[in-house]
Design a protein around this ligand. Structure first.
Ligand SMILES: [Zn+2]
Length: 309
């Protein structure tokens, strides 16, 4: 299948998924909203991209008049709770590849035109502040849910354990990997296995662990599992710390700057100086360092090898 570069460029801007906010960025975004929005009443909530709203009961209007009482992260989902107890309604969203949150101390007075422009949802609060959820490009996958229970969101109900949770141990990690005869890269970013890790941080974790993305999860030795677990915890903890306290507008750049191999095809590996390589798929790619991770051998490029068949 030929690669549609124009479509990719408009969908995400680049080959790799650097735009997808993962656990550290969503964590910082949630902390920002906890700090800034909790305690305020929602005075309006309007959807301009109808396709972004995935639920109809309760209606979007059920949020209006509710005080935001909590901001929580579930994997890569943000959950804002309005009201308390049985009356609570949750606004849940997933930013996907090209979505983002734009915060306003003073929400602009401009009238939103349904179906036009990048704004998918606008929420206003009682002090005049608020936020837009925006999505660039034509491939729309930003998702908004209004639910009584976050577990009503299928993507949240499916989530595996949060690997940054202090109660998640090396033994738990080993148990999750046991019996999975699939490539570790895919296992790490499978949301039903581990919540919150995507394409970017799985590249970084594997690089830190000096492990091939194609290694089979079930075949890792106990030492390799321990190394991988330590790399996972360290990489994510460092990224969470870097992202923490930054305003939403800075998070994407902070994420990009922190990357050692992800999104750095052709550049020098900061650890060994070898050239970072990539494997490309139809709509994504991942990066790795051959010297650090694959005994110096380049991995087969799946797109190319399929074309050559
Ligand atoms: Zn290297």
């Amino acid at each position: 299948m030929p690669i549609d570069v124009a479509a990719l460029a408009s969908a995400g801007g680049r080959w790799h998924d650097e735009g997808v906010p993962e656990l550290p960025e969503v964590d910082a975004l949630t902390a920002f909203l906890r700090e800034r929005a909790v305690g305020h009443v929602i005075t309006s909530a309007a959807v301009t991209a109808i396709s972004a709203l995935k639920t109809f009961d309760p209606p979007l209007g059920a949020l209006v008049g509710g005080t935001i009482t909590a901001a929580t992260r579930h994997g890569k989902f943000v959950d804002l709770r309005a009201g308390e107890g049985d009356a609570a309604v949750h606004l849940v969203f997933h930013l996907a590849r090209a979505g983002w949150l734009r915060w306003f101390e003073e929400v602009p007075k401009t009238v939103l035109k349904p179906g036009k422009g990048p704004i998918a949802l606008r929420v206003k609060l009682d002090d005049g502040s608020g936020f837009d959820l925006t999505e660039a490009g034509t491939k729309k996958s930003l998702a908004v849910y209004v639910v009584r229970d976050p577990q009503d969101v299928p993507g949240i109900a499916r989530l595996g354990p949060d690997p940054t949770d202090p109660s998640f141990t090396l033994e738990d990690f080993q148990a999750v990997l046991d019996g999975r005869r699939t490539q570790i890269k895919g296992v790490l970013r499978d949301q039903s296995v581990f919540a919150g890790i995507g394409n970017a941080y799985s590249d970084e974790i594997l690089h830190a662990a000096r492990m091939s993305p194609y290694a089979l999860a079930a075949k890792l030795t106990p030492e390799q599992v321990a190394t991988l677990f330590a790399a996972l915890r360290e990489t994510l903890a460092e990224a969470v710390q870097t992202a923490s306290g930054r305003p939403p507008a800075d998070l994407k750049d902070a994420k990009r700057r922190g990357m050692q191999v992800h999104g750095r095809t052709g550049q020098a590996c900061p650890v060994c100086g070898d050239t970072v390589r990539e494997v490309r798929f139809a709509d994504s790619s991942f990066q790795y360092c051959p010297t650090c991770q694959t005994g110096g051998k380049p991995l087969a490029d799946r797109v190319l090898s399929r074309l050559l068949k």
